[in-house]
Write a new protein. Structure first.
Lengths: 192, 211
């Protein structure tokens, strides 16, 4: 469809900008066929203007409005449920966080055993956390026996744990020749 | 044409823009806002569908389908940047075109003689005049003649004419909705009006007292 072909309809439907309109009217002046076409299309457009607006039957609009109301109610109940769930989750997270904060706070002071207390509503919940130390002996490249995990221990606990760790040491029975620099624990301090 | 205004609809709703009403319905589940939207646009949506299918029952079905989608999809698919009515029209237009294409497929099914029903292809063609006669009962003669001619336009031309008439839709929007260039949409409008004029002329020539 060329631009010239659509000019008449653009003119009638006022889809032209003012400059285009002036130009088109100038062309129309000198072109009787174009004038006839424009007039014919304009008359037809006038007939279309008489097309009636039809209304949907009342029962139809009523049923649509009812459906809209139902949808609104569903949304409302969904929103309520959503907010309730969100509130429960937030409450749970907050409580959990408080409990954990309490227990870690105690731990940092004592190291091994801690009792964490936190209040929940009117009652008191006691959370007892017992950490068992896991001290592991190992031998470094200079064949020095080292025990990991003693850093946080002191006093009688240190001695008790050290004793336990020593008990974990086992003499090497048959040392594999293929592992000259093995990291196994050896009481002699030598790998030969 | 508007629904009877409910006493419950505050006057302020009359003054609101579509997008404000849509926001009220979406965010506050305000049913009165939705009712006001229906009041404003239902007749044009209904008339557009009717002008395309020329059958009250089918129009009712498509109208209901359109607004059911509007209600259920407004939260998900309507983008508030665009005009609400253009979005509704797109749904109505797609539902209408779907129906028309299904009808065409139905007509195209079988061309040979059917032993069961003892009918041939021509017997089974839908009697469009009969439908038009039914609808004529409610409309004056010149309007029903106009509707009959519009129904005889090719679907693409009819769509452009009706979108323009009922929505005063700019050709840019018509072009987007029908997935063609603006020039093509304008051309379809021009051909539609020329074809309508020819149909009226032919009708006039058929009349016994015409010279």
């Amino acid at each position: 469809m060329s631009r010239e072909d659509t000019n008449s309809i653009k003119y009638i439907l006022e889809e032209m900008d003012p400059a285009e309109k002036v130009e088109f009217e100038r062309v129309m002046e000198s072109n009787p066929d174009l004038r006839i076409e424009v007039e014919s299309i304009r008359r037809m457009k006038g007939k279309l203007d008489n097309l009636p607006d039809l209304s949907p039957p009342k029962h139809l609009t009523d049923s649509i409005l009812t459906a809209a109301a139902d949808q609104a109610k569903r949304k409302q109940s969904f929103k309520s449920g959503y907010f309730l769930s969100a509130a429960v989750v937030i409450l749970g997270l907050t409580t959990g966080s408080l409990i954990l904060q309490g227990s870690f706070g105690e731990n940092s002071d004592s190291g091994i055993e801690a009792g964490a207390f936190s209040s929940f509503g009117n009652g008191m919940i006691k959370t007892e956390v017992t950490q068992t130390s896991d001290i592991q002996p190992w031998v470094d490249r200079q064949d020095v026996l080292r025990l990991n995990g003693f850093e946080s221990l002191s006093g009688p606990t240190f001695l008790k744990e050290a004793g336990n760790s020593i008990n974990k040491l086992r003499p090497v029975g048959k040392y594999p020749a293929s592992e000259p620099f093995g990291r196994s624990v050896q009481l002699t301090g030598s790998n030969r | 044409m508007r629904l009877n205004k409910s006493k419950n609809i505050p006057d302020s709703y009359d003054q609101m823009k579509d997008r404000e009403l849509v926001a009220l319905y979406r965010e506050n589940e305000d049913q009165l806002a939705f009712k006001e939207l229906m009041n404003r646009h239902q007749a044009k949506v209904y008339s557009y569908i009717f002008s395309m299918v020329h059958n009250r029952e089918v129009t009712n079905d498509i109208f209901q389908e359109t607004f059911t989608k509007v209600i259920t999809k407004m939260d998900d698919t309507y983008n508030e940047q665009g005009k609400w009515i253009a979005w509704v029209m797109r749904i109505a237009h797609n539902a209408t075109i779907d129906h028309i294409r299904k009808q065409k497929r139905f007509v195209d099914v079988k061309g040979s003689y059917d032993d069961d029903s003892k009918t041939d292809f021509y017997d089974r063609l839908p009697d469009e005049d009969a439908v038009a006669q039914d609808e004529k009962l409610e409309l004056d003669e010149s309007t029903s003649e106009l509707l009959k001619h519009i129904s005889n336009l090719p679907e693409e031309q009819r769509t452009v004419v009706m979108l323009r008439h009922y929505y005063e839709m700019p050709f840019k929007e018509i072009a987007e909705l029908t997935d063609v260039s603006i020039n093509t949409a304008l051309g379809r409008m021009r051909y539609a009006l020329i074809n309508l004029r020819k149909m009226f002329d032919e009708e006039l020539e058929k009349q016994p007292n015409s010279v």
